[in-house]
Design a protein around this ligand. Structure first.
Ligand SMILES: N[C@@H](CCC(=O)N[C@@H](CS)C(=O)NCC(=O)O)C(=O)O
Length: 216
C-alpha cells in the first residue's frame, strides 16, 4: 500500500498512527500541497492529503481510508462495534478533523506553511485570533472530557485518541505548549498517545524536519 502525504499534516499523522496500531505495511510517499505527482493526483481528486493506493484501489481522505482499512482489517478494532462507543469515536474524529484541525490549521498554515513552504505571507491576524479566541475553549472542552481511563472512549486506544492527539503536534510546531498546570489531563493523555510506537518515530521525523524549516 502506498500512502501519499506529508508528516506535518494532522490528517496524514492520524492515518500513520492508525496504520502503525494496525500493524499494516505501507510506503509513505512524501507529497506537498499542490504536488503534481501523478500517483497522488490520481488517488486524490481534490489534491488533498492523505491519499492511498492499495494495490490499485485509490482513495482519498483520512476518514474514508480508515473506514476502508477497518472493514478490510478488523483486528485489532480501532473503531468499536459497541454502538455507543462507535458513536463517541466518530464524534471525536469529527471534532478532531473539523474544529480542532481548523484551529490548528489557521495557526500552522499562516505562521509556517505560507511563509516557509509556499513563499508567501500568512494571515497572522487570523492565526492570532485562532490562538486567543478558539483554542482556549477547545482545550477546556477536551480537558473536561478526558476520562479517568486515559483513553477518550472506553478503556483502550481507539481512533478517537489518534485523531484528537494529532492536531496537537501542529499547535506544538506553532509554539503552543500544553501547560500541565492548566490542562493536566490533556498533557498526560497527549504525551501517552504521541509517544506510542505507532506515532513516536513519525513525530521524531517531523520534529527534525520542522527544526530545519524553522531555522531556514
Ligand atoms: N478531510 C480531509 C482533509 C485533508 C486536507 O485538508 N489536507 C490538507 C493538508 S493538512 C491538504 O491537503 N490541503 C491542500 C489543499 O487544500 O489544497 C482528510 O481527512 O483527509
Amino acid at each position: 500500500m502506498i500512502v501519499y502525504g506529508s508528516v506535518v499534516s494532522p490528517f496524514v499523522r492520524k492515518l500513520l498512527g492508525y496504520l502503525g496500531e494496525k500493524g499494516l505495511a505501507f510506503e509513505l510517499k512524501g507529497v506537498g500541497i499542490g504536488d503534481p505527482d501523478p500517483g497522488f493526483r490520481a488517488a486524490s481528486p481534490l489534491g488533498k492529503m492523505p491519499a492511498m493506493d492499495d494495490d490499485g484501489f485509490l482513495l482519498a481522505d483520512s476518514s474514508a481510508i480508515i473506514q476502508y482499512l477497518e472493514a478490510k482489517h478488523p483486528e485489532p478494532p480501532l473503531i468499536p462495534a459497541d454502538p455507543q462507543q462507535r458513536g463517541q469515536v466518530i464524534w471525536w474524529e469529527e471534532f478532531a478533523d473539523t474544529v480542532f484541525a481548523l484551529c490548528s490549521g489557521k495557526m500552522f498554515f499562516n505562521r509556517i506553511v505560507a511563509p516557509k513552504f509556499l513563499g508567501r505571507e500568512g494571515d497572522l491576524a487570523a492565526a492570532a485570533l485562532a490562538e486567543s479566541e478558539e483554542l482556549p475553549k477547545l482545550l477546556d472542552y477536551l480537558e473536561g472530557a478526558i476520562p479517568a481511563s486515559g483513553f477518550l472512549v472506553g478503556d483502550r486506544l481507539t481512533l478517537a485518541d489518534l485523531a484528537v492527539a494529532s492536531p496537537l503536534m501542529n499547535f506544538r510546531h506553532c509554539g503552543t505548549v500544553i501547560d500541565p498546570a492548566v490542562h493536566p489531563k490533556i498533557a498526560a493523555w497527549s504525551e501517552a498517545i504521541l509517544s506510542r510506537p505507532s506515532m513516536a518515530p513519525w513525530i521524531e521525523k517531523e520534529e527534525r524536519m520542522m527544526a530545519k524549516v524553522l531555522a531556514a
